[in-house]
Design a protein around this ligand. Structure first.
Ligand SMILES: [Zn+2]
Length: 394
């Protein structure tokens, strides 16, 4: 019985089961949830290059740029952002506002920046998509020559200059390099690499100013965005805990079927218990949730091993990973195993037991020193300066 997992044991891809030569590094918890954490334990290497690229584009992409995820990300990063280095924050995607602003032949996507800044992205319509994904999912991951990079019109909200660098970097970070960024209501310096409003866009600028921030927003919420992502995480966590034997199991194949299902019909044929319903309701009351990051719980629920995911302390989902107890016996801590990811602090903790997690989180003991330190750090994070400077002499 091989219990030690080595990469040489697995000669096939965890996601597609095909043999491959050199595996590529794969973060099975997506970028949007903070994989830049240096101690990120959610890294595997037995994934083929093709899957890594395809799933990055069609699973992680739509997930990361989904309305719900983007807004939770923006709120979390606002708490922990490092303004002194102008750290970039994700913009909140609000939706398409073609109904409110017309610019010949162009679509307009509307985002909100770090301090409530209005960000209008005008671009030619994107190519038709397959494999799910709303309009918000396109630009990041498509080769830049296959779509129009468009241009952005930025209306800065904050008057406190301490936010300037972060606003600028956040907007730059959201779009590809070729996208021109025009600033509507500030003077731009050449060093900023931002552009002043050109004369030919004066009419469009006036339209935006006249709107006064009132838009009719149309958001395409792709209900598929989460089922595939949680299937991917389930395969990753299953492999992390149970190794090769899980990767070759029937349960892993069932999850794979969900991951690759092409149509809603095909998806409903795949019966995975609890799959992919990220619920925004009452998830904040979920005892597993933590408002400074993400919590992943692997738990023996009787005849099955389940993965429970709580993101941002706000949304949660549960999926069955395995029904073969022999695979996880002795590999799960008593009451369940927990991993914690704190993207704002660039740290992760785990595996720790559910008992330790709840005791430390409740402030009753420091039975997991690592998690206790993480909590201390999160609680000590400074309050951000105001968006506006006081308008008075004192
Ligand atoms: Zn593959």
């Amino acid at each position: 019985m091989g219990t030690n997992r080595t990469d040489s044991q697995v000669k096939f891809c965890l996601y597609c089961t095909k043999d491959f030569g050199d595996g590529s590094r794969e973060h099975f918890v997506p970028q949007a949830l903070g994989v830049s954490v240096p101690t990120n334990p959610f890294l595997i290497t037995n994934v083929c290059d093709r899957c890594n690229k395809l799933l990055g584009k069609f699973v992680d992409g739509p997930f990361s740029r989904n309305f719900l995820i983007q807004n939770h990300r923006a709120n979390l990063s606002r708490r922990f952002v490092n303004l002194s280095v102008g750290e970039a924050m994700p913009l909140s995607y609000m939706g398409n506002i073609n109904k409110s602003i017309e610019y010949v032949g162009h679509d307009c996507d509307f985002y909100i920046g770090p301090t409530g800044d209005a960000v209008y992205h005008f671009h030619l319509p994107y190519p038709e998509l397959h494999f799910g994904g709303g309009p918000e999912s396109v630009p990041f991951t498509f080769p830049s020559n296959t779509f129009d990079p468009g241009f952005v019109m930025l209306v800065v909200r904050a008057t406190n200059p301490i936010w300037n660098k972060t606003i600028k970097n956040s907007v730059k970070n959201q779009f590809i390099q070729e996208t021109k960024i025009y600033v509507v209501n500030r003077i731009v310096t050449p060093e900023s690499k931002l552009l002043a409003m050109p004369v030919e866009l004066e009419d469009l600028k006036n339209k935006i100013v006249n709107l006064g921030g009132k838009h009719e927003v149309q958001t395409t919420v792709n209900l598929d965005f989460d089922a595939r992502e949680i299937a991917k995480m389930a395969l990753g966590f299953g492999y992390l805990v149970m190794g090769d034997a899980f990767a070759r199991s029937k349960d892993a194949q069932t999850i794979r079927d969900l991951l690759w299902a092409k149509s809603p019909e095909e998806k409903t044929k795949t019966i995975v218990r609890g799959a992919g319903v990220f619920s925004n309701q009452d998830a904040s009351k979920d005892p597993v949730g933590w408002d400074s990051g993400h919590v992943f719980l692997l738990k023996d629920v009787g005849e099955a091993l389940a993965l429970h995911v709580n993101l941002f302390g706000q949304i949660s989902a549960t999926i069955q990973i395995s029904s073969d107890q022999s695979l996880w016996m002795g590999k799960i801590l008593s009451e369940g195993t927990i991993y914690i990811l704190a993207p704002g602090l660039r740290k992760s903790v785990g595996p720790i037991s559910v008992g330790d997690y709840l005791v430390v989180k409740g402030g009753h003991a420091r039975s997991s020193e690592a998690f206790a330190c993480l909590l201390d750090e999160a609680n000590a994070s400074p309050i951000q300066p105001p968006f506006d400077l006081p308008n008075e002499i004192s």
